[in-house]
Write a protein that binds this ligand. Structure first.
Ligand SMILES: CC(C)CC(=O)SCCNC(=O)CCNC(=O)[C@H](O)C(C)(C)COP(=O)(O)OP(=O)(O)OC[C@H]1O[C@@H](n2cnc3c(N)ncnc32)[C@H](O)[C@@H]1OP(=O)(O)O
Ligand SMILES: Nc1ncnc2c1ncn2[C@@H]1O[C@H](COP(=O)(O)OP(=O)(O)OP(=O)(O)O)[C@@H](O)[C@H]1O
Ligand SMILES: O=C(O)CCC(=O)C(=O)O
Ligand SMILES: [Fe+2]
Ligand SMILES: [Mg+2]
Length: 305
């Protein structure tokens, strides 16, 4: 029998692969995130930026795209075309932006976490605006799994790439290392005086004293993180719009769950209200349908998603 000194290595959050070093693998296991410097080329990022600017100038129209403005701007009296876009979501029908989700460099890492069958489930380009003075540019601390009616949790991962320098000044990601080992927590709107953006739920009993790590990143740096990792982003105290592009991936053999009776019931309700208003449909479209429609296979097989 082998005598093992120290802790036996139980690897739960990563799969056997030829890419990650043992140190990188253990880092993700322990911390719930892994930062890879300089992964996406400057050329690719400049192309994504160009496409985003064309969308903002309304030179192209992308089916299904959700364009969001910061609540401080959306609720003010500004003329419509001067309103800044704080985020676009669901760009799966934009071939140029969606190229991000299929980049082989990204997928090689994604495969280490979720395996060879890869679905791109949720896409975002975040353009965090200069704070208008009410701290609404903050993103409250949350777990992305709150939004997702699919499992298993360990076969979901987010890739988030900085499109320029992101630091404490312009509101970099802030993470609670190791929080991915916990369970999904209750989420709700934080009680912030200046207002909170639509659907920006935060963990209900957020403890501001919990040790946190600010992920300062350069253009092209990419962080992969687990959907239970508690994270958010600080306010943008600069005059620039802080840009990042991201995709949430799930294994093609994940399955949908019914969130009725769980902590996710509140977000399901909000999503359904928006869909009904936007598409003038009734109850026939389920929370799970809204994900199945947006999901795109980017590698391997689509089995149960
Ligand atoms: C892991 C991942 C999933 C985590 C996340 O993504 S967390 C963030 C999730 N966020 C979302 O899914 C974005 C959802 N946003 C949207 O669907 C849209 O942007 C909407 C908020 C519905 C606005 O849609 P839009 O078509 O632009 O509608 P309107 O401009 O006519 O506004 C309709 C009413 O909504 C208000 N509104 C617009 N933007 C925001 C905002 N950022 N925060 C809070 N309220 C907002 C707007 O003032 C208007 O309100 P009323 O005048 O009807 O009272
Ligand atoms: N009550 C709260 N509930 C949920 N999230 C919160 C709460 N308070 C702060 N946060 C989040 O904590 C993170 C860091 O917030 P904030 O910008 O205030 O500080 P910081 O950026 O860490 O500090 P500094 O601005 O000094 O660099 C952000 O994600 C912010 O949205
Ligand atoms: O880019 C950011 O500020 C974080 C966004 C985020 O965590 C999210 O939308 O789920
Ligand atoms: Fe998030
Ligand atoms: Mg800050």
């Amino acid at each position: 029998e082998t005598v093992s000194y120290g802790h036996p290595q139980r690897l739960r959050y990563t799969l056997d692969n030829d890419l990650l070093t043992p140190e990188q693998r253990l880092f993700y296991e322990e911390n719930g995130f892994l930062l890879i410097r300089n992964l996406v080329s400057k050329q690719d990022i400049d192309r994504f930026r160009g496409e985003f600017e064309r969308i903002c100038r309304q030179e192209i129209k992308v089916p299904g795209l959700v364009v969001m403005r910061d609540v401080a701007i959306a609720k003010s009296e500004f003329v419509p075309d001067q309103r800044a876009v704080s985020k676009v979501q669901d760009f799966q029908e934009d071939p140029e932006l969606f190229r991000y989700c299929s980049l082989p460099k990204i997928l090689k890492y994604v495969e280490c976490f979720i395996g060879p069958n890869i679905m791109a489930m949720h896409t975002m380009l975040i353009n965090k605006p200069p704070d208008a003075g009410k701290k609404t540019s903050r993103h409250p601390m949350h777990q992305d799994l709150h939004y997702f009616p699919f499992r298993p949790v360990d076969r979901i991962v987010c890739a988030w790439t900085a499109m320029e320098t992101v630091n404490r000044q312009n509101g970099c990601l802030v993470v609670l290392p190791g929080s991915h080992k916990g369970t999904l927590q209750e989420h709700d709107y934080p009680e912030w005086e200046g207002g909170v953006n639509k659907m920006y739920h935060g963990v209900r009993d957020y403890d501001p004293e919990h040790p946190r790590v600010h992920l300062e990143m350069e253009k092209g740096d990419t962080v992969f993180f687990h959907p239970l990792l508690i994270h958010g982003s600080g306010m943008n105290q600069t005059q620039g719009f802080r840009k990042a592009i991201s995709c949430h991936y799930a294994s093609g053999d994940c399955y949908y769950i019914d969130v009725k009776g769980t902590t996710q019931e509140n977000i399901e309700k909000e999503v359904k209200e928006i869909i009904v208003r936007r598409h003038a449909v009734g109850d026939e479209l389920t929370f799970k349908d809204t994900w199945a429609i947006r999901g795109r296979l980017v590698q391997g097989e689509r089995i149960s998603m």
